[in-house]
Design a binder for this molecule. Structure first.
Ligand code: FAD
Ligand code: NAI
Length: 467
């Protein structure tokens, strides 16, 4: 029987990163993956394909709308959806092959098949050909990720009623797309199909979009999306979807109950969240504790209640984000190798890759209010930023929240082009416990959008120059 220091089950961003870091630190490592390719949800059906389609569809829209005003004359762009899907598939292939290469480079042994933990220190891998391989190991990391949350009574066929997975492979642009859930997936994939020509209506249970994000940002973002053509039904729930020949009849009710109305759609995208995926691992028999939401419960060192079994990523508590899973993978590998692994959950950026992007790190105003923390706000609009004006991309703003007493930056929230890149100087600042004054006194190159970050920091003490 082959024996290892560490077996990681699942090769998403949590699992493969954990395996590589452990191998770097000298551990003998194997990974088990039930999908045919490495990279998990993120590389195969999540972050990477969605960002490829967001990029391509954004350029498609720009070519049709904003080239002429810059003096670029091109014929109206035409859509070759098959080719665009091919572009996306190539991005996925390039990334999953990259992980393949890294696994080989780091001398990690891969096992393709479904992993089950038969006992602490024992993993059985069931291959597709019916054979089972038994493995032995000192430690096991569960990195099995998450799956789509479903709406009771609404069957996802991935053709007409789709999850994010089906929404990444539609064969034609739907005339009418109804998105259930105004979260990250709904707004990103809704944006893709709106840009390609769909009429998009988002039905959201709550009375706001992007729950968890700063409310000021969410409200402003909703207005921007409406200007782009999104329609929102907030405070509403989808209670049923019926097939009507080629189309769908969708019944929508107020969240609090009341009269239902019927909307017509060609495609319904169910994007109401994701649930941890631990099926088939054998956790019940082992007595591994799960919380009421099905997440594997771990201690601060990612160990479950069963010694030698650890868990990371979407399968445990915390934001379901690839970089959170990666950092936990590194932390647990370092802990297993006798180092001091650690993740700072106060500084995990979140980005919505729409156009403009939305990015945030740290606390929202609502969280600070709820915690009774006295804070100051510095806000700066891209409308007053030279680079944004030069590029005619002036939507959005930067908002810095700093402790009223110490000036320590507690949160930063940005709507604007490239917000997902801009947020990281704020994350670094916060990792070092920096103040708004530190940010405000750091020289920023001109003309850059990053100057809006500096100006927002200056605005905390009401000394912004360009506003
Ligand atoms: P996963 O990536 O889900 O990987 C788990 C792996 O385990 C899978 O490959 C699965 O096949 C395998 N597995 C499960 N059970 C077994 C078993 N018993 N035996 C063997 N293998 C098993 N996050 C971001 O940060 N940025 C984004 O832009 C972003 N975009 C997204 C877009 C979409 C459409 C979706 C759905 C998600 C997106 N996410 C994004 C979230 C991100 O994909 C997840 O947070 C991330 O993949 C979690 O990583 P993980 O390693 O925990 O699990
Ligand atoms: P989400 O949790 O972001 O949003 C789900 C939305 O659906 C919420 O607004 C919720 O109120 C609403 N909702 C729930 N039940 C409903 C119902 N019955 N009717 C109407 N609305 C309902 O989940 P989403 O968008 O599915 O994404 C799943 C995960 O994937 C998220 O945790 C996210 O972090 C991750 N992800 C991250 C991305 C990024 O970082 N850019 C991109 C895509 C996904």
């Amino acid at each position: 029987m082959s024996s290892y220091d560490l077996i990681v089950i699942g090769t998403g961003p949590g699992g493969y990163v954990c395996a590589i870091r452990a191998a770097q630190l000298g551990l003998k490592v194997a990974v088990v993956e039930k999908r045919a390719t490495f990279g998990g949800t993120c590389l195969n059906i999540g972050c990477i394909p969605s960002k490829a389609l967001l990029h391509a569809s954004e350029l498609f829209e720009e070519a049709g709308h904003s080239f002429a005003e810059m003096g670029i004359g091109v014929p109206a762009p035409t859509l070759d959806l098959k080719a665009m899907m091919g572009f996306k598939d190539k991005a996925v292939e390039g990334n999953t092959k990259g992980v393949d290469f890294l696994i080989k480079k780091n001398k990690i042994t891969p096992y393709l098949g479904t992993g089950t933990i038969t006992a602490p220190g024992k993993v059985a891998v069931a291959q597709e050909n019916g054979t089972t391989t038994e493995l032995e190991t000192k430690a096991i990391v569960i990195a099995t990720g998450s799956d789509v949350a479903r709406l009771p009574g609404i069957e996802i066929d991935e053709k007409q009623v789709v999850s994010s997975t089906g929404a990444l492979t539609l064969e034609k642009v739907p005339g009418k797309l109804i998105v259930v859930g105004a979260g990250v997936i709904g707004l990103e994939l809704g944006s893709v199909w709106r840009r390609l020509g769909a009429e998009v209506t988002v039905v959201e249970f709550l009375d706001r979009i992007l729950p968890g994000m700063d409310l000021d940002v969410a409200k402003s973002f909703q207005r921007i999306l409406q200007k782009q053509g999104f329609a929102f039904r907030l405070g509403s729930k989808v209670t049923g979807v019926t097939k009507t020949g080629a189309g769908l009849s969708v019944s929508v009710e107020p969240a609090a109950g009341g009269a239902a109305e019927t909307l017509e759609a060609d495609v319904v995208l169910v994007a109401i969240g994701r649930v941890p995926y631990t099926a088939g691992l054998g956790l019940e028999a082992l007595g591994v504790a799960l919380d009421p939401r099905g997440r594997v419960v771990t201690d601060a060192h990612y160990q479950t209640n069963v010694a030698g079994i650890f868990a990371i990523g979407d399968a445990i508590a915390g934001p379901m984000l690839a970089h959170k899973a990666e950092d936990e993978g590194v932390a647990v590998a370092e802990l297993l190798a006798g180092h001091a692994g650690h993740v700072n959950y106060d500084v995990i950026p979140g980005v919505v890759y729409t156009s403009p992007e939305v990015a945030s790190v740290g606390k929202t105003e609502e969280e600070l209010k709820a915690a009774g923390v006295a804070y100051k706000v510095g806000k700066f609009p891209f409308l007053a930023n030279g680079r944004a004006k030069a590029n005619n991309q002036t939507e959005g703003f930067v908002k810095v929240l700093a402790d009223a007493a110490t000036d320590k930056v507690l949160g930063v929230h940005i709507i604007g082009m490239e917000a997902g890149e801009l947020i990281h100087e704020c994350a670094v600042l916060m990792e070092f416990g920096g103040s708004s004054e530190d940010l405000a006194r750091t020289c920023h190159a001109h003309p850059t959008r990053s100057e809006a970050v500096k100006e927002a920091a200056m605005a905390v003490e009401k000394r912004s120059i360009h506003m």
